[in-house]
Write a protein that binds this ligand. Structure first.
Ligand code: GYE
Length: 325
């Protein structure tokens, strides 16, 4: 899985970039249309992270003087595929998107390539073996995020021998962050048999589903020690369910989440969440920069990693006043 972007072939980018820039714009409306046009197909608006990510992309496009055609796919892969086909028909200069799920992108990416329109993946990866179908992938290392969550847990229960019952709220089925955060966490905790994942189910990265699934977990399992949620929103929904069940989140049930959006950080500083692994949504500035480079035919790195940290209660309290999202 880790190798999927390692062999992007950038040769010929100059010729392709030039073609994409001045060819095929049949509208020919003259004057001032040498502005770079980017088609962006967003996942949806499922979480605080996504809202911050959309804002970052829109703000940075206007700052960079890039014309953004923004499409919200409302969580559906078929909507994203349609949007990408539309961008190809409109002959935008660059297509960027955050793939809802990892699989099923080969044909549409091939269509973009055949039309000489460069594609940049943002935030989430695809699993196509042909890495020449996109120019670069910019975003986080989700396996590493899962590992950081697991490592915190291992330290937290160091020296203890009793079983630790864990429930997991997974992200959208088939999405890279759901697959990888599960994998990274599982890899770390499996070293010690006292850690037992007693239930693991999707909460679709949303608060509503996080709450609902946690209610079911609480009914089925009276003995939950830890909740690992693949994002803050599901963790926040689960906190409501835990409180409604008369338990104390952060104390009776320890909670680990991923993202570090403001609401999550607030809950962490109040002791309702115990640990958050950061995943930055502020990908806009780097994306616009890379789009300009690709369009100019410059060689770019096939993988651009986002820098991230982790937060405990004190660190969240210190970071909150200046948190942008
Ligand atoms: O963690 C979650 C969002 O793809 C990294 O998607 C993103 C994830 C993020 O819905 O909150």
């Amino acid at each position: 899985m880790l190798k999927r972007w390692s062999a992007a072939v950038l040769a010929g980018a100059l010729a392709l970039g030039a073609l994409a820039g001045c060819g095929g714009d049949s509208a020919g409306d003259g004057g001032g249309d040498d502005k770079l046009v980017m088609g962006f197909a967003q996942v949806g608006a499922e979480s605080g992270w996504r809202t911050a990510n959309t804002k970052s992309i829109q703000d940075s496009a206007s700052k960079a003087g890039i014309e953004l055609k923004f499409f919200d796919a409302q969580g559906k892969q078929e909507n994203q595929i349609k949007a990408i086909r539309n961008f190809i028909t409109q002959r935008v200069d660059v297509i960027a998107f955050s793939p809802v799920v990892e699989s099923g992108w080969g044909p549409v990416l091939k269509e973009a390539k055949d039309a000489n329109i460069p594609v940049i993946l943002t935030d989430r990866a695809v699993d196509t073996p042909d890495t020449t179908l996109y120019k670069t992938f910019i975003g986080s290392d989700f396996v590493l995020e899962g590992k950081k969550a697991g490592e915190w847990l291992v330290k937290e229960y160091e020296g203890k021998t009793e079983p630790v019952n864990i429930v997991e709220l997974q992200g959208t089925p088939g999405a890279a962050p759901a697959n990888d955060r599960k994998e990274g966490f599982g890899d770390v905790i499996k070293a010690d048999p006292k850690f037992k994942v007693i239930a693991s189910q999707t909460g679709q990265f949303t608060r509503t589903d996080g709450k609902e699934v946690m209610e079911a977990f609480l009914k089925a399992h009276p003995d939950i020690d830890v909740l690992y949620a693949h994002n803050d929103d599901m963790g926040l929904g689960a906190i409501e369910a835990i409180e409604a069940a008369g338990k104390k989140p952060g104390t009776d049930i320890k909670i680990i989440t991923v993202d570090a959006v403001k609401d999550g950080m607030t809950a962490l500083s109040q002791g309702k969440i115990n640990f958050i692994v950061e995943c930055s949504p502020l990908l806009g500035p780097q994306l616009m920069d890379l789009a300009k480079k690709v369009h100019a035919g410059e060689t770019i790195e096939p993988r651009v990693l986002t820098e991230e940290t982790t937060f405990n209660q004190e660190q969240a309290t210190a970071a909150l006043p200046t948190r942008q999202y």
